[in-house]
Ligand binder design. Sequence first.
Ligand SMILES: [Zn+2]
Ligand SMILES: [Zn+2]
Length: 70
Amino acid sequence: MSCATCRPPTPAQAHCATCHRTFGGVTGFDAHRKDAACLDPAGFGYVERDGVWRTPMTDEARERLYGGVA
Ligand SMILES: [Zn+2]
Ligand SMILES: [Zn+2]
């Protein structure tokens, strides 16, 4: 799925032609579609990196990233 105005997603990614968010996979895409509308992925814990919404980090990864930060 792609549209004229957005950066084309990679084959593994899924781009929403309604809200123009790009997801790292179809799981996130499916999760943000509810009753024929788009939900804010941040509302269920997704994070955006480089314009792509991805599944939340694992607790382990989060600890590595933020563990040493005051
Ligand atoms: Zn959408
Ligand atoms: Zn788009």
